[in-house]
Design a protein around this ligand. Structure first.
Ligand code: URA
Length: 410
């Protein structure tokens, strides 16, 4: 098979067969197909799409680019959730330890920041020492001990997604339905789950801008998930304003810890519980009890320690990554907040350094926004509606200008 010919066929709108798709994925994973060819292929898929058979073949080829987890016979119910990505979405940081309180196993394989959406791995790595690189045996040993592991794609688990994910992030090819389905489900299927809940976002800060597109994505994932034997649930959530009050890696960890202490923003807690009840057998009341009574927080501490992180710093995490400048943004007038545009805030956070321009870039854990007001709140003229954490005064001023361009009040 000839890579340029296959790219050309996709570019011209033809469907590729299973063998061709497998060949491309294998060639890319083992380095015979360079990034520039895969970038062109991803862009062709972005414009031409893939039918259900191609999408399933891509998912399977990516899944089979590595090994899958094989659970011991005594393993309890194995569950996970995955989000299609949003701004300020720190749900996984709360949900994974919460579900592990239920004596479930939660082998969560996550990604890094993608486009304007933040990544769980980048957030976790703002905890000093926290390690996300695991191989299956080590992950299973940790699950035996504490019931939860939070890790990235590795050379042995979903290596194709590890490479393609990084490439999509910097080639404007993220919001393609088949690429989203294959990326998300290849990782989740590698976890050999009993149950999976998918949080499909739609709105300005999501890859799917409309509910209709989100439903098409959700149904495509449901079809592949069920066909692969996983009890799959899909929930749809609006992503027009950021989740919670904070956007930015370390700032979001601080907020997740507040939620694990039983506090934090209401929308974050609600989202965590709405997703948890879909895969947990415990029921909402017990789940709330674990958040309010400290069990979920204690599990998070265990998780951080198990993965080499410094749990002592979690008590006062907001001090760990002080930004050079913290600037208050004030409301230009009084009224009820009608818009805090998630896409605008996500782009502004990326411009501050919270996301990447190139695959090899590092993210800056300290920068972003916190104390962001929520839509529906009443504010007075001059009241603080958010704070910018930036590397310098110039960046903070630019971030304020961007933030206000996505902010409306009536
Ligand atoms: N999460 C993933 O794992 N992959 C995507 O493509 C988007 C969100």
């Amino acid at each position: 098979m000839h890579v340029p010919t296959l790219i050309e066929r996709k570019r011209d709108g033809y469907a590729l067969d299973q063998d061709a798709i497998r060949f491309l994925v294998e060639a890319f994973t083992d380095g015979r197909m360079p990034d520039y060819q895969m970038s062109a292929f991803a862009m062709a898929v972005y414009f031409q799409g893939m039918d259900a058979g191609e999408t399933a073949a891509l998912t399977r080829a990516m899944l089979e680019s590595g090994t899958t987890f094989r659970w011991p016979r005594h393993a309890p119910r194995v569950v996970d959730k995955h989000s299609t990505g949003g701004v300020g979405d720190k749900v996984s940081l709360v949900l994974a330890p919460l579900l592990a309180c239920d004596e479930l196993w939660v082998p969560m394989i996550s990604g890094r920041g993608l486009g304007i959406t933040g990544g769980t791995l980048d957030k976790l790595e703002s905890i000093p020492g926290f390690r996300v690189g695991f191989e299956p045996e080590e992950a299973i040993a940790q699950l035996e001990r504490i019931g939860v592991v939070m890790m990235g794609q590795t050379v042995s688990i979903c290596p194709a997604d590890r490479k393609l994910y990084a490439l999509r992030d910097v080639t404007a090819t993220v919001p393609s339905r088949p690429l989203l389905v294959a990326s998300i489900l290849s990782k989740k299927l590698a976890e050999s789950l009993d149950a999976l809940v998918l949080d499909v976002k739609f709105g300005s800060g999501a890859f799917m801008k409309t509910r209709e597109d989100a439903i098409l994505l959700g149904e495509a994932m449901l079809e592949v998930g069920v066909a692969m034997g996983v009890e799959t649930r899909v929930r749809y959530h609006r992503m027009d304003e950021p989740t919670g009050w904070a956007v930015g890696n370390a700032l979001e960890v601080t907020e997740a810890i507040e939620c694990l202490r039983g506090g934090g923003p209401k929308d974050l807690r609600e989202l965590v519980l709405a997703l948890a009840v879909e895969v947990s057998l415990a029921g909402r009341e017990r789940l709330e009890g674990w958040l309010d009574g400290g069990a979920a927080l204690a599990k998070f501490y265990e998780l951080v320690e198990a993965q080499g992180g410094d749990s002592a710093c979690l008590d006062e995490f907001s001090r760990i990554h002080p930004a050079a400048t913290v600037r208050e943004i004030r409301s230009p007038n009084s009224g009820v907040v009608t818009r805090v545009d998630a896409e605008t805030v996500g782009r502004a956070a990326n411009a501050l350094g919270a996301g990447r321009d190139r695959a090899e870039d590092a993210v800056n854990p300290a920068v972003g926004f916190d104390r962001i007001v929520k839509v529906g709140e009443r504010v007075s003229s001059g009241e603080v509606i958010a704070r910018v954490h930036a590397d310098c005064q110039g960046d903070a001023e630019e971030a304020e200008r961007r933030f206000l361009s996505g902010f409306s009040i009536e």
